[in-house]
Design a protein around this ligand. Structure first.
Ligand SMILES: [Zn+2]
Length: 401
């Protein structure tokens, strides 16, 4: 039997820490300031400066990113296998300008036009609280890697581009990013992002419409075909399920495709996505879009029988995963949560998580929450009871043998 988990934390200090991190702006790609604040807070609670470093993932991320991932190494006091705790440092852009304020059992936002950023400063504060409590209470624990990722919100990029060896070979991982400590996410969906450029030809729509090739018409025929064949929205084929969406439809500058009623539209750019818990079905959905655009391009021609051209590209956003219920990391999380009377349940989510990439990197990782609510909206708040439960669960997971 495991020893009773140490359930006490310095709750006022943990809440102060959360308020402190919520008040530092750090939208996705701009994590330098919050990374610095987290590193400072870690040093204040006794983590040696030499144990804190950044990796170079930002040099591989295909979007401007101020810093790499922040990685912290806490040497073990026992020789049990290394474990990983992780969370993301960035917030969605809507969080710029947030003004956190305590309101009884919640932290709310005084700026009505911004989201709060509890997604995911709750995770950042929970991990620093974990380090603080391990040191303050002198608790025995295995070697721990703490991993604070960048650019989660814009595509799980920090977790995708970490060199797995940087993490020191943990046996499994715990990702803090969610609402409740009792909801243990053991699987997540996979997704593709795709885009198609449609090249037509401009011509005066009244004088010589036959000389034009309408990129708008190609797009419309293709999307009508995708819709008619059941590949749009909720997709169900041969017992497989997924979703797809057409997210933007315009020109390369984000403006309307075409701009005058009397000109045949020469160019359209469409961006969309496909998702499924079945990795192959994600690709099938994306392929259905590609085929539809290519077929439609052949139908729309000018007077010399010249068709439109399409350039379709897709990239794997993240691979789906599903840990077995009897995986060591799942059993450990469920047992520890039960011992804390949290009534744990396991679930599979339809959103992507940094954990998708951890599993791909060979580190089985579950995800639980620490008080985020109404994320990505101006109504966002943090539930401090759930935050405290998340902090305590992390501490119990780190110290249970
Ligand atoms: Zn998040």
């Amino acid at each position: 039997m495991p020893p009773a988990p140490p359930l006490t934390i310095d709750t006022p200090a943990a809440i102060d820490r959360l308020l402190r991190f919520l008040s530092v702006e750090g939208i996705t790609g701009e994590e330098a300031a919050i990374g610095k604040e987290i590193a400072t807070a870690l040093k204040e609670v006794g983590v040696p400066a030499a144990a804190i470093r950044y990796d170079d993932a930002n040099t591989r991320i295909p979007a401007p990113t101020q810093t790499g991932n922040l990685i912290v190494d806490l040497p073990g006091t026992t020789d049990a296998p290394r474990i990983l705790f992780m969370t993301h440092m960035d917030t969605v852009p809507l969080c710029a300008g947030a003004k956190p304020k305590r309101a009884e059992n919640r932290i709310v936002n005084e700026n009505p036009k911004a989201a709060l950023g509890g997604d995911n400063r709750t995770g950042c504060a929970a991990l620093v609280t974990l380090a603080a409590e391990l040191i303050r209470q002198n608790l025995p624990h295995p070697p721990i890697t703490m991993f604070f990722t960048v650019r989660e919100e814009s595509g799980l990029f920090g977790a995708k581009h970490v060199q797995p060896a940087e993490l020191g070979g943990p046996k499994f991982g715990f990702n803090i990013d969610g609402r409740s400590a009792s909801e243990i996410t053991i699987g997540a969906i996979g997704a593709d992002r795709w885009e198609v450029e449609i090249f037509g030809k401009a011509s005066h729509a009244g004088v010589h419409p036959e000389k034009g090739i309408s990129a708008s018409m190609v797009a419309s025929l293709a999307l009508a075909d995708v819709f008619a064949n059941g590949w749009f929205g909720k997709v169900e084929k041969n017992g497989k399920q997924g979703t797809s969406n057409v997210g933007s439809f315009g020109d390369a500058a984000g403006k309307s495709a075409g701009n005058a009623t009397n000109v045949v539209t020469d160019y359209v750019l469409i961006r969309g996505e496909s998702r499924s818990h079945d990795a192959k079905f994600v690709r099938d959905i994306t392929a259905a879009y590609k085929l539809a655009f290519e077929a439609a391009a052949k139908k729309v021609k000018d007077h010399k029988d010249k068709p439109a051209k399409v350039k379709f590209t897709s990239r794997l956003d993240y691979v789906p995963f599903r840990l077995p219920d009897d995986a060591a990391v799942v059993k450990r999380a469920v047992a520890v949560a039960k011992s804390m009377k949290l009534k744990p349940s396991t679930k599979v989510t339809n959103g992507g998580l940094d954990a998708n990439w951890m599993v791909k990197h060979g580190i089985p990782t579950i995800t639980f929450g620490a008080g985020q609510n109404e994320i990505h909206t101006v109504n966002e708040f943090v539930d401090l009871k759930d935050y405290e439960a998340g902090c305590r669960l992390a501490l119990a997971l780190a110290t249970m043998e």
